[in-house]
Each structure stands twice: as structure tokens, then as C-alpha cells.
Design a protein around this ligand. Structure first.
Ligand code: IDP
Ligand code: MG
Length: 148
């Protein structure tokens, strides 16, 4: 079963959208296996966004991610990586379709509420950055045979 790292970035917390956004992942049928509130250090933010080092928005992105509490989560389910990316929408809120998290709640490119791993390889790396193995809780949901 695939796992993916989802972050509710500081804008989602500040704008009180945590419950709304978590509800979308829950209702999709994904199962929550890890959850915590983190004020990311510069070191953690650098590691998380290492692929963007050198880009014009890199420093601003790090300031944004380290500016306040972020909700870090691991969600599990069939095709969880792609399913979560579809729920999130496109990077730019202004271009993201209605019905997606970014399309429904923002216009910004940077302050786009949510992060989701973009591949199973990156999911595994990112989960390792944000969570210790003992912080993830495996369980079988009672509706598993219905939801998939
Ligand atoms: P993604 O989050 O949709 O995977 P990435 O291209 O991996 O998008 O970029 C990581 C994050 O960097 C974005 O979610 C957004 O917060 C920020 N970002 C991406 N492109 C820009 C940009 O052109 N200007 C400002 N911030 C950006
Ligand atoms: Mg990305």
C-alpha cells in the first residue's frame, strides 16, 4: 500500500483551513497513519526543498515554510501519491481547478496551502525527514473492503 507525505503549510494553519483540508483526504478514503504539528527548522526546510535550491523563489519558500506551524501527515492508500496530488491541484492556485484544495482556497503560487510527495521514491525520503518510524501507526480501517 502506498504512503505519501502531506504538509499543511503555515498558510493553511494561519487561515484555519486545517480541518477542511484534512477532511478532503479522509473522505477520499485515504487512511491517516501519522500526524503532528511542527515548526520546521531551517535545516529541515532545506532538506525538504533541496531539489529547488538555486531557484529564484528558494529563499522565499524557505522563509515561508519556517514561518509558523505546519501540519505534517502521512496518508496511506491505493495510489496514494497520485490520488493526493489530484486532490491538491496544480502548484499555482490561480490556475488550479475548482474542486481541488489549491483551486478552492488560494490564488498564490508560493502560498498554496499544501505539499504532497510527487513520487513513491520521494514519499519515502520525505516521510523519513519528517517522521521517526515509531511515529507512524499502522491499522486496518473497518471500511477497508469498501473503500479500496
Ligand atoms: P508542488 O508543490 O506543486 O510539487 P513544486 O514545483 O515542487 O510544486 O514547488 C514547491 C513549492 O515551491 C510550491 O508548492 C510552491 O510553494 C513553491 N513554488 C513553486 N514555484 C514557485 C514560483 O514560481 N514562485 C514562488 N513559489 C513557487
Ligand atoms: Mg514538488
Amino acid at each position: 500500500m502506498q504512503q505519501t507525505l502531506i504538509l499543511l503549510k503555515p498558510d493553511a494553519v494561519q487561515r484555519r483551513l486545517v480541518g477542511e483540508v484534512i477532511g478532503r483526504f479522509e473522505k477520499k478514503g485515504l487512511r491517516l497513519v501519522g500526524l503532528k504539528l511542527v515548526k520546521p527548522s531551517r535545516d529541515l526546510a532545506e532538506k525538504h526543498y533541496a531539489v529547488h535550491k538555486g531557484k529564484p523563489f528558494y529563499e522565499s519558500l524557505l522563509s515561508f515554510l519556517t514561518s509558523g506551524p505546519t501540519v505534517a501527515m502521512v496518508w496511506e492508500g491505493r495510489e496514494a501519491v497520485a490520488a493526493c496530488r489530484l486532490l491538491m491541484g496544480l502548484t499555482d492556485g490561480a490556475k488550479s481547478p475548482p474542486g481541488t484544495i489549491r483551486g478552492d482556497f488560494g490564488l498564490s503560487v508560493q502560498n498554496n496551502l499544501v505539499h504532497g510527495s510527487d513520487s513513491t521514491e520521494n514519499a519515502s525520503i520525505e516521510i523519513g525527514l519528517w517522521f521517526k518510524p515509531e511515529e507512524l501507526v499502522a491499522f486496518t480501517p473497518t471500511d477497508a473492503t469498501w473503500v479500496g
